[in-house]
Design a protein around this ligand. Structure first.
Ligand code: HEC
Ligand code: HEC
Length: 376
């Protein structure tokens, strides 16, 4: 009798499971689940933990969500911080594919600065980077990293932390471990899937449409759109991956974004008020010949990470491509640059592209979105 009861129960649950599976929506395309019980899972849980801000409510994923290649899911020009009314000065870039950025360095071979994380390259590793938002008053706003350690100590995933790193006894060591877990998650396949239509095209599994091919050819054309001069379509020698950046710095003459809330922040955050201008690399190195220079962005998943450029001034790829094409054409109507010095006019600003050619480049950029389903 007991056996029959168990069999009936199993049958009942199987039907329930089946019904549930039918009801389920198609899973989000970016998710490659982290293996349970591993450092990757721990890093992911920390990354998703909204208790790690002051006040609570903001996690790394508030500004770097998996659905949009780990950029801001609300597509803010600049993301609001945990503290009400505050916001940073720059657009939240995707955290995906950042594991491939080399540390900041001067390349003697290329006679230029290369690498680093953030728009201005000011930190070198994902571990160092992960410490910054926790204690940035305009982001997660904790008074110090010990607060974060205490929160991890009482988190639901602390048993997993303990399994991997042992009991927390030393705050400094715990900080290193937390950053190690986050960086390990950031180096996992979930943030580095290489599953775009373009990747499958390179692997010979799909073909591009005529318009996408035209866009790709223009993108690569060193005399025409010139995009690949900086957004490389050849494999990065270190990783063998096509990353759409040469990690160098350039000033694209991006217009100031008058809607950036940073301009109106209290003086302790922005002493210059409306006169604030983001100097980029020049500000970090205190070098006036480099003001307005920002790191060349990877364009992977670019169609899902709007708005664009360091200050989020453009909402669409159409605007970005039109800007590259006509910035220096009299009457193009773009607002003045945020930083007027050092603007590159050799490779950007007047590409002589027709409207159809601009559209083809946009079509090509849309092939860089991960989660492409071969055969659909
Ligand atoms: C309030 C929004 C916000 C939160 C919260 C936030 N970030 Fe960011 N993140 C940004 C912005 C904005 C930048 C670019 C800042 C800059 O360049 O100065 C950035 C940059 C990064 C980068 C470098 C990307 C690149 O292209 O160089 C990584 C990696 C990153 N964040 C990971 C994290 C992690 C890990 C956390 C949690 C510990 C986190 N972020 C929390 C907004 C946020
Ligand atoms: C001379 C180097 C260079 C060339 C050529 C170039 N770019 Fe860029 N690109 C950059 C730099 C540097 C940035 C970041 C600039 C900033 O935010 O101020 C950038 C940013 C972008 C962004 C925004 C990225 C983001 O995450 O917001 C897009 C889109 C883009 N470029 C597309 C293109 C296309 C399309 C072309 C060709 C028409 C092109 N670029 C040509 C250097 C270049």
């Amino acid at each position: 009798m007991k056996k029959l009861y168990i069999i009936i129960m199993i049958f009942f649950f199987a039907i329930l499971l089946l019904l549930n599976a039918c009801k389920k929506e198609t899973p989000p395309v970016f998710i490659l689940p982290a293996p349970p019980g591993t450092k990757v899972t721990l890093g992911k849980q920390i990354f998703l933990d909204v208790n790690l801000s002051t006040p609570v409510g903001q996690s790394c994923s508030s500004c770097h969500a998996s659905s949009v290649s780990f950029s801001d899911p609300s597509h803010n020009m600049v993301s609001p911080g945990a503290a009400t009314g505050l916001a940073g000065n720059r657009n939240a870039p995707m955290a995906s594919y950042t594991m491939y950025f080399p540390p900041f360095h001067y390349s003697v071979e290329d006679t230029t600065y290369e690498g680093g994380l953030f728009w201005d390259g000011r930190v070198n590793t994902l571990e160092q980077q992960a410490m910054k938002p926790f204690v940035n008053p305009l982001e997660m706003n904790n008074p110090n990293l010990s607060t974060v350690v205490a929160k991890v100590h009482s988190a639901s995933y602390y048993p997993l932390y303990k399994k991997i790193y042992g009991e927390i006894t030393d705050t400094t060591k715990a900080i290193t471990n937390i950053m190690d877990a986050i960086a390990t998650f950031e180096r996992s396949p979930e943030l580095n899937p290489f599953t775009s239509k373009f990747d499958y095209y390179l692997a010979g599994k799909v073909s591009l449409t005529a318009q996408e091919l035209q866009g790709m050819n223009l993108f690569n054309d060193t005399l025409k759109a010139k995009c690949a001069n900086c957004h490389l379509t050849t494999p990065d020698p270190a990783s063998g991956k096509v990353l759409f950046t040469d990690f160098t710095y350039n000033s694209d003459g991006v217009p100031a974004n008058p809607y950036n809330p940073f301009y109106t922040l209290p003086v302790q955050f922005n002493a210059l008020g409306a006169n604030y201008a983001d100097l980029g690399l020049g500000g970090i190195l205190n070098d006036p010949t480099l003001t307005g220079n920002f790191r060349v962005s990877s364009l992977r998943n670019i169609a899902v990470t709007a708005p664009y450029f360091h200050n989020g001034v453009f909402g669409t790829l159409e605007e970005v491509v039109h800007f590259y094409n006509t910035r220096d054409v009299p009457g193009s109507g773009f607002a003045p640059p945020e930083v007027a010095d050092n603007i590159d006019t050799e490779e950007t600003g007047n590409q002589h592209l027709t409207a159809a050619e601009e559209a083809a480049i946009v079509a090509f950029l849309k092939t860089l979105t991960d989660g492409y389903q071969v055969g659909k």
